[in-house]
Design a protein around this ligand. Structure first.
Ligand SMILES: Cc1ncc(COP(=O)(O)O)c(C=O)c1O
Length: 378
């Protein structure tokens, strides 16, 4: 007989919840789309694009196969290509840097600050005559200091290409993640705030020409009206079935974000007094704080991180090291010769606690209690 402690009490994530949460409506949407016979670039996709654009307060959303493609296409439209350099954080998914490499440019990494997002003060020393763009990753559902980043971009004539894959709904100074450059990118990977039942992504923009170029690039370079091939493109269309699911989930995204913020508040209340852990900035910010975070992830820093993680696993609490605990520059196979001492020090202490809307308050309390016990906190 396995003991209670052998059982998973609080899994890091429950994938079936992505479907189960709004099961009846999703079933209806899927069946409707399946029976319609309209599978590629059809009504549900158009409607989702309009609804997402309205949610973000922009003119256009263009559905793509995944956020990685969205980043690559966005870089191409921004004119980033061979012999260019792009500044980005190393505490990001390899996809951010992979998109840079895919357009023939070179990723140059800047340090992150205490909130785990790109440090705007570390950009200027890394700018060269070849630098073309800054790619801030709006990590963990928090938007970076876009005033400071925007000022650097403006001073040096650089494009801003936001990786807001994790940032849907988050804001800085009231402005949504994804709206700070000409275009911004979201991921609908199932574990995201807006999660599909598979891969999906979108690029948002206010610029008509950029939207048209993106629609062409995602559909083999074809003009969306005439079908004439007007440029080299590829196939990266957001699947209409996924769009049908996303339409349902977008209707509830406000509740999703509110609940995540409630869970973050609960963690902050439970763990606030434990000096061995450093928590993300709490959702109830001081007056004047420009951030509104959506808590895509709850990434803490912890003393004796690996011991804590093992202890939590033994007590049935799932945790995760984002990117396996390594910055992009720390994968030897990629041949990146940069050292980023501050980023590396933060990554060596970082740990993601369960954060998703399948969690009950009791589960967050249980996970928190195990952390308190580990550190002997009263
Ligand atoms: C920061 C970041 N960038 C890019 C991506 C890539 O998104 P996708 O899986 O939709 O290509 C992800 C997805 O996990 C991400 O978290």
């Amino acid at each position: 007989m396995p003991s209670v402690r052998d059982r998973v009490r609080v899994p890091f994530f429950r994938y079936p919840h992505v479907f189960a949460q709004h099961r009846v409506e999703i079933e209806r949407a899927l069946l409707g789309a399946a029976q319609s016979g309209a599978y590629i670039l059809q009504a549900d996709l158009r409607a989702f694009e309009d609804e997402l654009a309205a949610f973000c307060g922009v003119r256009w959303a263009v559905g793509v196969g995944n956020a990685t493609d969205g980043l690559e296409l966005n870089l191409r439209v921004a004119g980033v290509g061979p012999n260019s350099e792009v500044l980005l954080p190393a505490h990001t998914f390899v996809a951010t840097a992979g998109a840079v490499v895919a357009v023939g440019a070179t990723p140059v990494f800047a340090e992150i600050g205490p909130d785990h997002l790109i440090d705007a003060t570390d950009l200027e020393p890394r700018i060269t005559p070849r630098t073309r763009a800054i790619m801030p990753t709006q990590l963990n559902g928090r938007t970076a200091d876009m005033d400071a980043i925007g000022a650097v971009a403006e001073r040096h004539g650089l494009a801003i290409v936001e990786d807001s894959a994790q940032g849907l709904g988050s804001r800085f100074c009231g402005r949504m993640a994804g709206t700070f450059g000409v275009a911004g990118v979201f991921s609908f990977y199932p574990a995201k705030v807006l999660g599909a039942l598979g891969d999906g992504g979108a690029v948002i923009t206010n610029d008509d020409d950029t939207a048209r170029a993106l629609r062409e690039l995602r559909d083999h370079g074809r003009d969306e009206h005439s079908g004439e091939v007007v440029r080299w493109g590829r196939n990266s269309r957001l699947d209409t079935l996924q769009a049908a699911v996303l339409r349902v989930k977008l209707r509830y995204v406000g509740d999703e974000i509110a609940r995540r913020r409630e869970l973050a508040r609960r963690y902050a209340h439970n763990l606030g007094g434990v000096w061995e852990v450093l928590l993300p900035p709490p959702p109830d910010v001081a007056p004047g704080d420009p951030h509104l975070d959506v808590f895509q992830n709850y990434e803490i820093e912890a003393e004796r991180r690996d011991e804590l993680r093992a202890c939590l696993a033994e007590r049935g609490v799932g945790t995760l090291l984002q990117w396996g605990g390594k910055g992009v520059h720390q994968f030897p196979a990629l041949g990146i010769r940069q050292r980023l001492p501050r980023t590396e020090a933060i990554l060596a202490r970082s740990l993601m606690l369960p954060m998703n809307t399948s969690l009950t308050d009791d589960e967050v309390d249980y996970a928190s209690e195990q952390i308190r016990e580990f550190y002997g906190a009263r």
